[in-house]
Structures are given as structure tokens and as C-alpha cells.
Design a binder for this molecule. Sequence first.
Ligand code: AMP
Length: 280
Amino acid sequence: MEVVRPVIHMSGLSMEAKAKGQSITLVPTMGALHEGHLSLFREGRRLGDLLVASIFVNPRQFNDPKDYEKYTRDLPGDLKKCEAEKVAVVFTPSEDEIYPPDDKTAVPLPAVALPLEGTARPGHFQGVIEVVSRLFRIVRPDKALFGLKDYQQLRVIEEMVRGQGLNTQIIRHPIVRDKDGLALSSRNARLSPEGRRRALSLSRSIAEATRLFTRGERNLQKIGEAVGEILRADPAVTVDYVAVVDAETLGKPHPDRPVLVAVAAFVEGVRLIDNCVLGD
Ligand code: AMP
């Protein structure tokens, strides 16, 4: 496994791989790796010749500076996990090289970035597409994998790639959950055992949406209300939003098209999200 920090070294490795006719798969992460990330690596390894994982805690996507400071960082631990998963290259760029002071690259924000997380976390998706477009420019991946855990992020990146005519195929990866249903997240580590138990309200509310839909419920308002009820039943959970929207546009849902049910809530001051797509 190669651990690469200078951008020029990373782009060199990509050029060499391409010259040898190898395909490149990229899994961008912010580190604090857990089983969700590792599952993306395994799939990434299957889908291409050279698996590149990037680890970069992107300051521009944190709308709350405290959240950025508190974000778990464990590069030695992360590298061990990458090694065990046979990641070929771990790219750990510096902030100065990702965002050189003279770089004025402007990446337009797609419309799917505006609602939900876009409203709740102003500037977040601008930061996401800025880092992802730069990583793509350096690594030039044939494929890049993203988790459905961050559903809206995936849609934003899909639209960015389409809008900019980039040559990278975006692969959607299912949500990886703990045995009890909680969606894995680097943020879960900041919860106390009690907080973690309370956080299960999110996955339970999402499971209820799936259950109702599978049972034949097509009244989307009712589904949204059932989800909200579960979340609000626990005073330790502060709901940020419950959304039932069209899974493609993230706008008004249509009964005959896939629907996204997405929730965001705070537990012990930690912001957690979960979602499911109904009728896919
Ligand atoms: P992050 O390090 O949080 O930026 O996440 C890096 C990638 O891993 C993103 O594409 C996430 O959507 C994905 N990811 C994080 N947690 C999970 C999970 N529980 N299941 C599936 N993908 C995940």
C-alpha cells in the first residue's frame, strides 16, 4: 500500500496506472474509518484495477467550525484499516494543496443541493463539490463510490458530474448499519452509550417508513407523520427535519416515482442523518 501526500505524486501514480491500461476506482473519505467505509473499499476493489482511498477532512464542508474541530482524526488507525482491506493507494493531501490560495476554480451548485441538508447546513454542499471535483481532477478515477447514507450528497455529486461532463462513473453503495439498525457514521463515536441507544430512534423511524410502504401505505403524508412521531417521542432527540421528497429531484414527491424519506436529528449535540428510498 502506498500512502501519498503530494498532489503531484498522486497524479503521477494515476497517469502511470492509465498508461498501463489499469482502471482507477476512488473512494473519497474524511477518515475515522468504520465498517461503512470498508464496505465501500471492498466494492471498489472489485470494480477496478487500482483502488485509491482519499482521507481528507475537508474544512469547507463544515458549516459549523466546532464540528470541524471535533471531527475524529485517527490517521494511523485508518491506515491500518486500509492496509487490511488491500487499498492500493491512500491519498492524504494537505489543505494547502487542495485549496491553493490562487485557485479560483468555481464549481456551480446543482439544484438538488438546495433543500434539506442544503438549507440546514448552508455552504456544506458547496464545500463537498469543491473537494470532490478537485479530487477527481487529481486522481482521474474511472469510477468513484459514494454511500447512500449521504443520499443527497450522492445526488449532488451525480448532478455535478453530469453538469461538468466529467468522465467518472458514480457508483451508489447501500447504507451499512450496525446489528441493531443504526447507520454507521464517524459521528456515532461521539455519543455516550445512552446517546447511542437514543440514536436508534432515527433508524427505527426509517424502518417504520419502509414497513408502512411495504404494507401498501401510499399516503406519503401519513408516512412522514409516522416517522416524525417516532423521532419526537424521545425528548433526547431534537429533530432537524423529516422529509418525504422525490428521490431524483428532491422536490415534491410523485406517487408513481421513487420517494426519499430522509431524517436529520441531534442527539447529545451530535447531528445524525438517515434515510431510505421507497418504491425504487
Ligand atoms: P465520510 O468519511 O463520512 O465523508 O464518508 C465517506 C463515504 O463513506 C461517503 O460516500 C459516505 O456516504 C460513505 N459512508 C459513510 N457511512 C456509511 C454507511 N454507514 N453506509 C454506507 N456508506 C457510508
